[in-house]
Design a protein around this ligand. Sequence first.
Ligand code: HEC
Ligand code: HEC
Length: 343
Amino acid sequence: MYIAKMSVYSRPLILILCIGLISFSSPPHFILPSHFPPPTYNFSTHKFSPKKVMIGRMLFYDPILSIDSTVSCSSCHLSHTAFAHTDHNLSHGIGDSIGTRNAPALMNLAWQNKFMWDGAITNLDMQSLAPISHPREMGETINQVLLKLNNSALYKQTFQKEKIESADVLTSLSQFMLTFISANAKYDSVLRHQAVFNSQEENGYTLFKKNCAICHQEPLLSSFEFKNNGLTIDTNLNDLGRYHITMNPTDSFCFKIPSLRNVEYSYPYMHDGRFKKLMDVLNHYTDGIKKTSTLAPELSTSIILSKNEKIDLIAFLLTLSDRNFILNKQYTYPKENFKQTKD
Ligand code: HEC
Ligand code: HEC
């Protein structure tokens, strides 16, 4: 196990984790970064255990969670693209059905308390119910999933429980996802005074702080608020975003501000995956902002960037790429666990 410089906040969690380690020998890669604020996830509700993380990892890769055993969480959330899905702008689920939104990158979830582009989910431990039961994602019911798992020798042995219950499944998945911590990009090394930006990146960082950081707040690179960033409305999807949840007209076309960490890997961009390149995104912010009544006030004055400044800003955005995160072997398909009882 590798633990970075710990903050005061991380100590109780590490303690819990260490207790878990005594009974389980394959610890997950778990880092609580010293330069991050305290996590908002409530770790006291469910005991964090490496065993649960391991089970969550199996479930994440297992199509058993879908109605016809064709789709797993990893079909749409791929570790080598920061758990986003770069092949599709809109998500693809069972029977090749197409959803209405882009699969977001999954990382630093312990610091968020509203999930989905519109914040429909307020508890990570409940999150997995949504894709499992979504007719265009996995199309399954949690009761059917429990039947299948309780009939599986592999899972009976792995969970070591007489009866596997929904909380076992949901918290295992959330605990695996809580280990998706991205905090080792060049940007982080600079914050930790272990590296320096080159002059282009430095200039990009200055432009970023001036134009973007109010919403893509440091160090998580998002405030995780809901805002309308001036995209033109796609009249086919007509997605009103946060309004669907609050029914408050001022939330129309507001979406969760995504973190910009690993943005090099997590294209296409925005809730509907409309932009393929970072340059397209920057061109949107300088020339494409649509002024509607719910446009974020932060964007009411135009952002002006020259071609060279855009190139510098992109150089900065690339310092948010965390290769340790996307190549982390603790996040990949757990081949060895699936072999274990198949005799
Ligand atoms: C068919 C593709 C698909 C599958 C399968 C899928 N997801 Fe997702 N996931 C998405 C999409 C699309 C969203 C955004 C949905 C929205 O905003 O309404 C999302 C959102 C999420 C989020 C919220 C992220 C955030 O930043 O708000 C989490 C967490 C997540 N998925 C985990 C999972 C887990 C765990 C599974 C398996 C049980 C899973 N997903 C299966 C496509 C998928
Ligand atoms: C008013 C707050 C706000 C400001 C200022 C802002 N953004 Fe955003 N940004 C958002 C929101 C909200 C989204 C998601 C919008 C959606 O999908 O509908 C977003 C999405 C993005 C994405 C897509 C990420 C992904 O994973 O899909 C990128 C890249 C991005 N912004 C970069 C920037 C840059 C660079 C700047 C400065 C030039 C900037 N943003 C300024 C709110 C903001």
